[in-house]
Design a protein around this ligand. Structure first.
Ligand code: PLP
Length: 502
């Protein structure tokens, strides 16, 4: 095949192994001016190996250029709109990074004495208090490291409470629109999961729920706004139905960026919820880096919070481990501290009015996109959208084009795809969350791209079916990639891995 020609900074780049040529090194050392001693002698023979198979031999500059080029292959929020629904890929102000790197915060050690940690503990206390106020709940733990971990912590607390009442019960109810982590959490804790069907407005069906809530039900895990971007308008009633039967309500708060400063889960009856600080409160995420799934609880659950808890005695913070009903630790130390610092910096910089404005802007941006795209794509539910909008590929499917094809074509237009095929209750879902940080110009560019793709599907569906066309690697066979992943380089796998070879 013809070698692809480089286009400006879109350079071809082989693997580091393929750049290797024998004898090249990336360092230069001065002449030895002490007697030479063998590595075996210093380290012991068992720690020394003769050779590392296929170890790449390259110069410093080649390594630098290799990784710099690879970095330009990545899509980032700094490059453009990142409309991945449910994930809240917003811009995170750089100043939060600066604050998180403050020497006394970044270099504090969890084992340093309490008298040297008063400032760090104050940060934790202030954030717990701010999040309690934002959610309308009574207390907050910052230990969980991610949203899913927060769910785990919350359901453990529900179980602990029900145990003190004599029966942990058997079931957790989960609406069919839920994120996969919800049923996974309930199962991990030993509950069986019962699905609750949504109605034709994309909301929990009250009649179905009422029938499902028996004495066996420990609780309901509900996302609000839910994953179709719709506010559960009967949320008070839903909480009442559960409470009447002695069950609790867990709220998946991953979508709190649609509520902050506008509505408080504590006020509409939620017993326990998590926040994804890395989504709503500004920590760069998506690469699997540290996160925080802070959990907020109503008064009935406070005795069960993870240990230790902060307490204030004589104007000093200390850690209280004397918590007989606590579920215990859920993580080493006190949570992902750097994420907590960023969240507090973000909250304080915005203030109450600023946070509310961010929420309103997120709703405005999502609804602006919905209006622009509705003439071209089928909206999944007519109910008003909150911070994200979910379409189906119904119209495009008539031409044989599915949501995954449209997503691939979006790459040719310079955008990261939206969330594909989730939530599962929408056939061929296109889930779009622009977030509040996008300017109108960028939203218009994205809408233009989506509308242009809709027209291409009418006129030349093959173009979309075979997209992307502008990337180094064309459409890969996803089934083969998932079933037979090539994760280790071998000289014979060179042809299939090297972008320069296709
Ligand atoms: C992101 C998300 C989660 C999981 O959060 P992690 O921090 O990735 O563990 C759970 N529920 C919903 C609705 C989400 O969007």
């Amino acid at each position: 095949m013809i070698k692809k020609v480089s286009r400006h900074i879109v350079q071809n780049e082989p693997l580091l192994f393929e750049l290797s040529s024998p004898g090249k090194v990336g360092y230069q050392l001065p002449e030895l001016d002490v007697p030479e001693v063998s590595a075996e002698k210093v380290l012991g023979a068992e720690h020394v190996r003769d050779d590392i198979e296929d170890f790449p031999e390259v110069s410093e500059f080649e390594v630098l250029r290799h990784f710099s080029r690879l970095s330009t292959w990545n899509y980032a929020i700094d490059l453009g709109l990142y409309p991945l629904g449910s994930c809240t890929m917003k811009y995170n102000p750089r100043v939060n990074e600066l604050v998180a790197r403050t020497e006394g915060l970044a270099w504090a050690h969890p084992y340093q004495p309490e008298e040297l940690s008063q400032g760090c503990m104050e940060v934790i206390a202030a954030l717990e208090q701010a999040l309690a106020e934002i959610t309308g709940m009574d207390a907050v733990t910052l230990q969980p490291a991610a949203g899913a971990h927060g769910e785990f912590t919350g359901i453990l607390m529900i179980r602990a409470l029900l145990e003190t009442r004599g029966n942990p019960r058997k079931k957790i109810l989960v609406p069919d629109s839920a994120h996969g982590t919800n049923p996974a959490t309930a199962t991990a804790i030993g509950y069986s999961v019962e699905n609750i069907k949504s109605n034709d407005r994309g909301m929990v069906d009250l009649a179905v729920l009422e029938r499902a809530v028996t004495e066996d039900v420990a609780g309901l895990m509900i996302t609000n706004p839910n994953t179709v971007g719709v506010f559960e308008e009967n949320i008070r009633k839903i909480c009442g139905i559960l409470h009447d039967k002695g069950a609790l309500v867990y709220m998946d708060g991953a979508n709190m960026n649609a509520l902050v400063g506008v509505a408080r889960p504590g006020d509409f009856g939620i017993d326990v919820m998590h926040l994804n600080l890395h989504k709503t409160f500004s920590t760069p995420h998506g690469g699997g880096g540290p996160g925080s799934g802070a959990v907020a609880v109503a008064k009935v659950l406070t005795p069960f919070l993870p240990s230790p808890r902060l307490k204030r005695v004589n104007d000093r913070w200390s850690w209280n481990y004397d918590l007989p009903q606590s579920i215990g630790r859920v993580r080493a130390f006190y949570g992902n501290y750097g994420v907590l610092v960023r969240a507090l910096a973000y909250i304080m910089a915005h203030g109450g009015n600023g946070l509310r404005q961010a929420t309103l802007d997120a709703l405005l941006n999502a609804n602006y996109l919905r209006k622009l795209l509705e003439p071209h794509y089928e909206i999944a539910y007519k109910a008003p959208s909150m911070h994200e909008c979910v379409f189906s590929d119904d119209r495009q499917a008539k031409k044989g084009i599915r949501t995954g094809d449209i997503a691939k074509r979006l790459i040719d237009y310079g955008f990261h795809p939206y969330t594909v095929s989730f939530p599962l209750i929408v056939r061929g879902a296109l889930m779009i969350e622009p977030t509040e940080t996008e300017p109108k110009r960028e939203l218009d560019l994205f809408a233009d791209a989506m509308i242009s793709i809709a027209k291409e599907i009418e006129e030349n569906p093959e173009l979309v079916r075979n997209a992307p066309h502008s990337t180094r690697t064309p459409r890969v066979d996803e089934v083969t990639a998932a079933r037979k992943p090539i994760v280790r380089w071998k000289p014979e796998s060179k042809a299939s891995l090297s972008p320069a070879a296709d």
